[in-house]
Ligand binder design. Structure first.
Ligand SMILES: [Zn+2]
Length: 382
């Protein structure tokens, strides 16, 4: 079988930089067979002027919102953002399909090999059937009124079953809660008790209004509920931040917490007691787009949180690129080593999605794709 031998100025293997004297060896299908020393690599080594890394893993995206690029105004805060999205998300299916195709192709070209993708309905099924990108679908469930919990749950389980049988084979998918402000107690309970359902994911502490709702049942979400006639009369404030109120439903489970813009040291400590398998997914460009605020990333690092990176959707971002998210973090937190940021964007994401055997690193047997970083630009080699 023909071998592909690649060398760069450096190789990042998903965990660390290996330096310039190594050669990445893959078979003709892109499966990694090993990393060898220069002298032992033999003939036909192709040199690329840049850093070779495994394909990125994007742990939070909404492909189904791709047609909403440049539709929603920036920096309005989350409650207003959501109101605008919900009023404007319906569109014709052809336009949505085309936008999803273009967005997925752009993600592939931006070096993304695997995606954890939020789906409210079945709109992305046709696309995912033929994609060269790996998808785990998070079927997102929401419902503020407790009385509607059963029907909301059944609708999402129906959608989940449609994804599970994609391609006649099992498609990786799980049912997940949308956010602490949009899921009732009964619905949280139903979702958390769904058997064989992993990983969980939730939009967490994306806005100060979310913590305010749980602390005192005041703030921007009450207007949001009113606008859409949602019955939040059964919601009882807990006097705590949102995370402390809902995370016990997912005790000992694997869960990806997305955004964390308003998470504190108390939240992180509390989360630790609930599960060892918590992932803190950062989507900094969406945070700047919606709330114009970034999470306390240094706090998450100091407290040894497991961090991954997501792009969110084109409703709240100008492009879907893990590398652009990393560049944004570097601009605001220049002290974070590139090695650590690349780990968040590759092997950590793969572990969060449960696909580390195939994606996110150059370990033998993996097929993660190969991406080149040259002058801060990305190009996909494999
Ligand atoms: Zn999101």
């Amino acid at each position: 079988m023909k071998q592909i031998k690649l060398k760069g100025k450096a190789i990042f293997d998903g965990h660390r930089f290996l330096g310039p004297d190594k050669v990445l060896i893959l078979d003709e299908n892109g499966v990694v067979t090993g990393i060898s020393d220069d002298q032992q690599a033999g003939e036909d080594v192709i040199f690329h002027d840049g850093i070779l890394i495994p394909g990125f893993v994007n742990t939070h995206c909404h492909l189904e919102l791709s047609h909403m690029k440049n539709v929603i105004p920036e920096k309005t805060g989350l409650p207003t953002f959501l109101t605008t999205v919900m009023k404007q998300r319906n569109t014709n299916a052809d336009q949505q399909e085309t936008a999803m195709e273009q967005a997925a192709e752009a993600m592939w070209n931006a070096g993304i090999s695997a995606i954890g993708d939020i789906s409210n309905g079945p709109a992305t099924i046709a696309h995912k059937k033929n994609s060269k990108i790996y998808f785990h679908t998070f079927v997102e469930c929401m419902g503020v009124a407790d009385a509607g919990a059963e029907s909301r749950y059944q609708y999402s389980m129906d959608v989940l079953r449609q994804f599970e049988t994609l391609n006649g084979a099992m498609h990786s998918s799980s049912i997940v809660p949308h956010a602490p402000y949009s899921v009732s107690k009964t619905l949280f309970d139903k979702i958390a008790n769904t058997p064989d359902n992993t990983p969980f994911s939730i939009h967490n502490q994306e806005t100060a209004a979310e913590n305010e709702l749980y602390a005192t049942k005041t703030g921007g979400f009450l207007d949001f509920y009113n606008t859409f006639g949602m019955d939040a009369s059964g919601f009882q404030p807990t006097g705590t931040g949102s995370l402390e109120a809902y995370l016990p439903y997912f005790h000992l489970h694997k869960i990806i917490l997305v955004h964390n813009t308003f998470s504190t040291a108390t939240d992180v400590q509390f989360a630790r007691q609930q599960s060892a398998n918590i992932w803190w997914c950062l989507c900094p460009q969406a945070n700047l787009y919606i709330e114009n605020k970034l999470p306390d990333i240094n706090l998450l690092r100091e407290m040894n949180c497991q961090i991954s990176i997501g792009t969110d959707s084109l409703a709240s971002n100008h492009q879907l690129s893990v590398w652009e998210e990393i560049k944004t973090i570097r601009r605001h937190f220049p002290e974070i080593p590139l090695e650590e940021l690349l780990q968040w964007g590759t092997s950590n994401g793969a572990e969060a999605l449960g696909i580390a055997g195939t994606y996110g690193s150059f370990q033998p047997g993996a097929r993660p794709g190969v991406v080149l970083i040259h002058n801060d630009m990305i190009s996909r080699l494999i």
